[in-house]
Design a protein around this ligand. Structure first.
Ligand code: AN7
Length: 351
């Protein structure tokens, strides 16, 4: 029975006693086998997709947001604020409204996918677009949260990570142990940090083993690969269009400690993998395909030997978040007159 991240895992989370329970029954997402995709990538290994797009607001952010908002609500906070490339905004808006709190979200103008902006508006957030990047927005909200009584719910908030680490617990619970490799997209680097925390904690508790972690950025927004901040990040995967990851150091540490790595892939590789996932029945937003695109990239270059291994790819957000990208990268529906003859012609001709 799905019960939500806090009710289910509270005993394993490092959170204050005052933490309330603001939940939308997030978490408990499916781990979907994709054997055909594994074959396409060369075969010889087991591949699963942890489909985090099936959380209540359509992304993994709900795992962390339920905890961050619950903590803030429990100590009487009346408002939350975040900077966002979109998913954090929608998630913060939903949990804040359930807690009866005000949500203020800052987003980079014109760079947030339609489904995310719509979500934030629908849940009643106060949405502010800024004529700058996510990184500019993050600086602003960090500073204002130190001056005003408003709770910061970006992943600098440690309770976000406490919630997000539960995805690692779920993977171990489903597989019986950690996979050999975990691949996932990296933006502000909260999620990779949280997964590594979660796998280590579960291993200490239940000897579930540790995965090697492959973190993947987009070439145009790859500060952790370049080794320096990127002032003007660009990528079609707007979720990870981030040039100064708040938890960059910890992401590098997770990659190093796990004997993994952080790499970058091109937008074309990301969009190609988005199509391959869709061809396997799993529609994700572009950023969410980056982890697997990175895995494919490393396999092509002969830098990974996965024979007999288990791999989990984290797909962080649902395809519905970014419908516009599909209208740009796929053939659009044909239009025919409403007549049987035309339909028969169409079917006979195939497409
Ligand atoms: C679908 O919503 O940063 O490395 O403001 O939406 O933990 O930042 C989103 C990030 C991956 C990267 N996939 O995760 C935001 C935001 C999706 C995302 C990431 C994001 P982090």
């Amino acid at each position: 029975m799905p019960s939500g991240v806090l009710p289910h895992y509270r005993h394993l989370l490092d959170i204050p006693a005052h933490t309330a329970e603001i939940t939308l029954l997030e978490g408990d997402t499916p781990l979907i086998p994709v054997p055909r995709l594994a074959e396409e990538l060369g075969g010889g290994f087991e591949l699963w997709v942890k489909f985090e797009g099936l959380n209540p607001t359509g992304s993994f952010k709900d795992r962390g947001m339920t905890v961050a908002v619950s903590e803030a609500a429990g100590r009487g906070a009346k408002a939350v604020i975040c900077a966002s490339t979109g998913n954090t905004a929608a998630s913060a808006a939903a949990y804040a409204v359930r807690a009866g709190m005000r949500a203020v979200v800052l987003i980079p103008q014109g760079k947030v996918a339609a489904g995310k902006l719509a979500g934030a508006v629908a849940y009643g957030a106060e949405v502010l677009q800024i004529d700058g990047s996510f990184d500019d927005a993050l600086s602003l909200v960090v500073e204002i949260s130190q001056k005003f009584p408003i709770a910061l719910v970006n992943s600098l908030n440690p309770f976000r990570l406490e919630g997000q680490k539960t995805a690692a617990f779920e993977i171990c619970d489903t597989l019986g142990s950690a996979p050999n490799w975990l691949c996932l997209p990296v933006g502000n680097a909260g999620n990779i940090t949280a997964y590594w925390m979660g796998f280590r904690q579960y291993h200490a508790l239940k000897q579930t083993g540790l995965p090697r972690i492959l973190g993947v950025q987009a070439v145009g927004s790859a500060p952790l690969v370049l080794g320096h901040p990127v002032d003007h990040p660009e990528t079609v995967a707007t979720a990870i269009r981030i040039g100064r990851p708040a938890r960059g150091e910890q992401a590098l540490q997770a990659a190093e400690e796990s004997a993994g790595r952080i790499i970058a892939v091109t937008d074309d590789e990301i969009l190609f993998m988005q199509r391959r996932l869709a061809a396997n029945g799993i529609w994700v937003e572009p950023a969410s395909a980056a982890g697997l695109a990175g895995l494919a990239h490393q396999l092509r270059q002969g830098k990974l030997d996965l024979q007999g291994q288990r791999v989990v790819a984290v797909c962080t957000g649902h395809g519905l978040k970014d419908p516009d990208i599909i209208t740009r990268t796929f053939q659009q529906p044909a239009l025919i007159p409403a007549r049987m003859a035309e339909l028969e012609d169409f079917l006979a001709g195939g497409r």
